[in-house]
Design a protein around this ligand. Sequence first.
Ligand SMILES: C[S@@+](CC[C@H](N)C(=O)[O-])C[C@H]1O[C@@H](n2cnc3c(N)ncnc32)[C@H](O)[C@@H]1O
Length: 214
Amino acid sequence: MRLRKKPWAKDEIVGYDKLVVLEPERYRGRWNEWFGNNQPIHAELGTGKGNFITTLAEKNPSVNYIAVEVREEVLIYAVRKAVQKGLTNIAFLWLNINKIEESFAEGELSRIFLNFSDPWPKNRHAKRRLTHREFLDKYKKILVHGNEIHLKTDNEGLFEFSLNEFSDTGFRLKNITFDLHQSQFEEEKSVMTEYEQKFVSRGMKIYRVEAIYQ
Ligand SMILES: C[S@@+](CC[C@H](N)C(=O)[O-])C[C@H]1O[C@@H](n2cnc3c(N)ncnc32)[C@H](O)[C@@H]1O
């Protein structure tokens, strides 16, 4: 049996009922009602400890953000950040991305962020990569046509795999960089995830691409 490292995290998460949506499928097709407005919705899948999405939510009050994370022991840190910042334009989903279509209707998301997704380097685990074409098919169902998936990773193998999966499934690629923090993409490098901060401090390269669902 897998032991939870932080058994208190679940109770604390459940207590933040203004930010954490425990039955997200209830809002499928109605997220604008949950937020109380018709602003576009951007989602980060595999949000971890939440620095990226809570910083964006603070910077961009005219966008609604949804953070999806399956591990409560990291999600709790993301939720706490939103509480500390007093954010009202963000929701947290304690959810496995495998089930993402159950929580969003067609065209409900205006952007998807995939940041430092687990690389699953063994070929036999390729289907678990969040840019495997089976996941991309799910994202296509919930993303607005003409809109984008933004991906960042430190992992060259996952980056190459992702570029191929995007291309093979009809996405158009733009703003590709093989070294984000030495690039001209000033805005894009200004908001970092926790993993990114760690990798950049070690001098590692960060790969980034925007994939347009056309
Ligand atoms: C390597 S961490 C990166 C976290 C964060 N994006 C960052 O850059 O700091 C990947 C995160 O994705 C989450 N994750 C992986 N697969 C997932 C899935 N199927 N559903 C939800 N979250 C998932 C993991 O629990 C983990 O927190």
